[in-house]
Design a protein around this ligand. Structure first.
Ligand code: DAK
Length: 259
């Protein structure tokens, strides 16, 4: 069945797919259906050999203005527990291929958390990022207190989470939350360019390298280094390692197969 709230663009560059959140009237508020469609699309693209990197965007006005407040407003704790949205978020988190967020306009609450689940972030100069849940009498629930704090440090994370203050794109860049800020008319193009450069690498090395970087947030240095070493050795079992090194020696561009 065709998804209603997302659009999937295949091969926007070699080996790059683009998922666009598409609930523009509601500023891409993340209702359950949209999140389910996103989860399923990512599962399919993660298994597709023609895709090595995924770009995730909204539109110029909004990446996503958060979880759908109207859908949540009358829910009880048990309703929330029974719906178990976390399994959807966990599935998204488990995507092995790199995801690059192309962010313009609002990325708020769950939208900011979704952005932070991505591996690199290209923002337009009009982007406004933050965790305004406190203004609704709640707090971030999908990683906002943890990933934001790890990215920007305690002082700024506390200010954002406790007062709901939004960051400009430039502030987010200075704080280390995002990779780059570009003029609004270029944000998607630049994200696709970054995705294409990434997709020209060995897909098997990309997945193992992504896994190792993410491990840094979950382990001690010693365990992380041990994990890195295992993934490093594993790549020497790949054809792509032989191709990459041979191509260097022969002064040509490598042709990676993901094997
Ligand atoms: N939910 C539902 N509708 C939203 C929305 C949202 N988050 N954000 C905007 N809209 C709707 C507006 O209601 C309006 O609809 P109509 O009134 O036209 O029907 C339409 O989008 C356009 O919005 P505005 O008229 O408000 O547009 P403005 O340009 O004036 O303002 C704004 C833009 C982004 C400043 C404003 O819309 C706003 O403050 N929006 C709410 C931002 C927010 O508070 N976000 C955090 C939501 S709480 C979880 C995972 C995650 C979460 C929870 C649980 N689990 C895994 C369990 C996350 C929670 C959140 O994100």
């Amino acid at each position: 069945m065709q998804p209603e709230y997302i659009i999937i663009h295949q091969q926007v560059a070699p080996y790059v797919a683009h998922i666009q959140l598409n609930r523009p009237k509601e500023l891409n508020a993340l209702n359950l259906q949209l999140m389910g469609e996103l989860r399923e699309a990512l599962k399919v693209l993660d298994a597709d050999e023609q895709v090595r990197v995924i770009v995730l965007s909204g539109n110029e006005k909004a990446f996503a203005a958060g979880a759908d407040i109207k859908q949540m407003a009358d829910k009880t704790a048990i309703d929330m527990f029974n719906v178990d949205q976390f399994s959807t978020w966990d599935t998204i988190k488990k995507t092995k291929k790199p995801i690059i967020a192309a962010v313009s306009g609002f990325a708020l609450g769950g939208g900011c958390e979704l952005m932070m689940l991505c591996d690199m972030i290209v923002a337009s100069e009009t982007a406004r990022l933050g965790q305004p849940e406190i203004k609704l009498g709640i707090m971030p629930g999908a990683g906002g207190t943890q990933r934001l704090t790890r990215a920007v440090g305690k002082a700024l994370a506390m200010e954002m989470v406790l007062t709901g203050r939004l960051l400009t794109a430039e502030e987010a860049l200075q704080a280390g939350l995002i990779n780059r800020v570009v003029p609004t008319e270029l944000y998607l193009q630049e994200a696709i360019k970054l995705a294409a450069a990434t997709a020209s690498m060995s897909p098997v090395a990309l997945k193992l390298a992504k896994e190792a970087v993410l491990k840094a947030f979950e382990t001690s240095l010693e365990e992380g280094l041990h994990f890195e070493r295992k993934n490093f050795y594993l790549l020497f079992a790949s054809e792509d390692q032989q191709e990459g090194m041979q191509a260097f020696i022969e002064k040509r561009t490598p042709v990676f197969k993901g094997k």
